[in-house]
Design a binder for this molecule. Structure first.
Ligand code: HEM
Length: 211
């Protein structure tokens, strides 16, 4: 799939929100502001999880081309998170910086939202090829492990927000646990393989030395 088409598709929910807000706010229910904040939060989280799903999907399906879309999906998720934040700042607090600061310290789910966005920030800033070269692949990959923390904190942010029905955040938590669990299993498998190879090499070197 063409990357512009993917971006266009991912931006459709936002386009719909803008269209509804401008031309028919009734489409957004009784509380359009809340609908916009929640919807953009949902898409930020979905795209973040989709970006995390690319590596397992690629390995399991053999569709290596999927990797070409990961950066764009991550950036789109970050963009939705920024719109989500803008929606919160403008609708919930009408740009009152002091009220926002108080809210961050008073409501833990807001603190977690801010933390998740802060964790995503360095990833978005260093997403270019120039930054991969500047940091070196190893350091860049290490830095980009922050995405796991951003995902965990984002799910906690949603979970903490919900008062009664936890089914939706639970679903996101299960998806995230599966994605992180797969990575842990792969890591363990690689380590076991590497240890096995090292042992085989030592045995082989020992046999040669005795001959
Ligand atoms: C930048 C800091 C953030 C702030 C201030 C913030 C604030 C909020 C607020 C006010 C709500 C709606 C609460 C309500 O309607 O009662 C919300 C919901 C939500 N936020 Fe955030 N958020 C932030 C970051 C994030 C990030 C980074 C993500 C995901 C990557 C995210 C995902 C969500 C989700 C999934 C919901 C629930 C949507 C639903 O009800 O379906 N938020 N957030």
């Amino acid at each position: 799939m063409n990357k512009s088409l993917l971006a266009l598709l991912a931006l459709m929910p936002l386009a719909w929100l803008v269209f509804a807000a401008l031309f028919d706010p009734g489409l957004l229910g009784t509380n359009p502001a809340e609908m916009i904040t929640r919807n953009t939060g949902d898409w930020a989280l979905r795209l973040l999880l989709l970006a995390l799903a690319i590596t397992p999907l690629r390995r399991l399906s053999g569709w290596h081309v999927l990797i070409d879309y990961r950066r764009l999906i991550g950036l789109l998720g970050f963009f939705y998170a920024l719109v989500h934040l803008a929606s919160y700042i403008s609708f919930d607090h009408v740009f009152d910086a002091l009220a926002i600061l108080k809210d961050v310290f008073k409501r833990p789910f807001i603190t977690l939202g801010m933390l998740s966005l802060l964790l995503m920030l360095p990833l978005a800033l260093t997403s270019t090829n120039a930054w991969v070269r500047r940091l070196g692949a190893r350091r860049w990959l290490r830095l980009h492990r922050l995405v796991y923390a951003a995902g965990i904190v984002a799910v906690l942010h949603f979970w903490w927000m919900v008062k009664r029905d936890i089914s939706e955040p639970l679903l996101y938590a299960v998806v995230l646990a599966l994605l992180l669990g797969w990575r842990l299993r792969e890591r363990r498998r690689r380590l076991t393989l590497a240890a096995g190879n090292a042992r085989a090499h030592t045995d082989w070197a020992g046999t040669r030395a005795r001959r």
